[in-house]
Design a protein. Structure first.
Length: 334
């Protein structure tokens, strides 16, 4: 394995390249910021990035073969060892991409930056894309990992922990609001509207960010364990409630299991394929109450929240609804 210093030089280089892009882009948008992105390039980059994410969520190695260069593949492998603590980490990368959101600003420069935001672990994979001489296609040429808190402006020493867990709002609202801040910062920095929050990082701080990202990923994964292990208690009640909900959805009987104020008509109209794509991404217990959040592996923009109370082994569903990250972006813009 390369030394940490050598491994994190690409991340520092990425930041430096980003800084070179910003002044030229800022000048180009002086007259009309809303129309700065080349729509053809934007659609091409989005298609390439989303195709990579979608394939990587199922078969990471196939996604690399289709969308990445050999040099970037090596960085992915070594970065994966640090993040997932696993030399054979293709499956771990697939889990990461299943619920990651694609974010970027199409700059028209030699190198394009695409961010794969994982809102649940509150970390982001930064990828650099460039056209290869062979076929002029955009492909990944380098990559690095970021703490979303640093993207949002956190200063050294970096505080470790998922930002949305520290908010006063309910879990589904907090995750939407915090992710909207992360997204907005990436776009604003990419369009030259604010200083790049990564500009002052040195190699040691980049190393600290990766170590922090690994800890937050572990925290994210560990928090889900109660939903998978065979144990009694509130987590067991949550599994029962979720299975009951899925069965009611298949039978069109949601009104029988959900609270009276739930938008039953809208929920009955949800496609069965969306229900089937929901996977647990967050779980929080508070005494006899618990909240579990399920995100769509087919469309990471969508997630559902189930809240229950377990009083004397009598499970009661207190809340259920669908949310979209894009809705919080709209609210943040207003």
């Amino acid at each position: 394995m390369r030394s940490l210093t050598l491994l994190f030089r690409p991340l520092i280089l990425a930041v430096a390249l980003m800084l070179c892009v910003i002044p030229r882009l800022a000048q180009a948008q002086a007259q009309a910021q809303a129309q700065t992105q080349d729509q053809k390039l934007y659609l091409e980059l989005w298609a390439e990035a989303e195709a990579f994410r979608s394939l990587a969520s199922k078969n990471f190695l196939a996604a690399l073969k289709n969308s990445s260069t050999p040099e970037a593949n090596l960085t992915f492998a070594e970065l994966g060892e640090l993040l997932w603590l696993d030399q054979d980490n293709a499956d771990d990368w697939s889990i990461f991409f299943r619920h990651s959101l694609v974010n970027f600003v199409a700059t028209g420069s030699e190198v394009e930056f695409v961010y794969f935001q994982h809102p649940w672990a509150d970390i982001t994979l930064l990828t650099l894309w460039s056209r290869t001489p062979k076929d002029n296609r955009l492909r990944i040429v380098d990559t690095g990992i970021l703490l979303n808190s640093v993207i949002r402006g956190a200063k050294v020493p970096f505080q470790i922990g998922r930002g949305w867990m520290q908010e006063k709002a309910s879990a589904p609202v907090a995750i939407g609001q915090v992710n909207a801040k992360t997204t907005s910062q990436i776009v604003a920095a990419g369009m030259g509207q604010i200083p790049n929050p990564l500009a002052s990082l040195n190699v040691e701080q980049a190393e600290a960010m990766v170590a922090g990202a690994a800890l937050q990923w572990m925290e994210h994964q560990t928090s889900l364990l109660p939903l998978f292990v065979d144990e009694t208690g509130v987590a067991h009640a949550m599994r029962i409630a979720w299975n009951r909900l899925l069965l009611a959805a298949r039978k069109g009987q949601l009104a029988d299991v959900l609270p009276p104020n739930t938008p039953i008509k809208e929920l009955n109209a949800v496609d069965s394929a969306l229900w089937a794509s929901l996977e647990p991404v967050a779980y929080v217990e508070d005494g006899k109450n618990a909240v579990s959040i399920f995100a769509s592996s087919h469309n990471p923009n969508i997630y559902a929240t189930l809240a229950i109370s377990d009083d004397n082994n009598k499970v009661k569903i207190t809340h259920f609804d669908f949310y979209r990250f894009s809705d919080f972006l709209d609210k943040d813009a207003k």
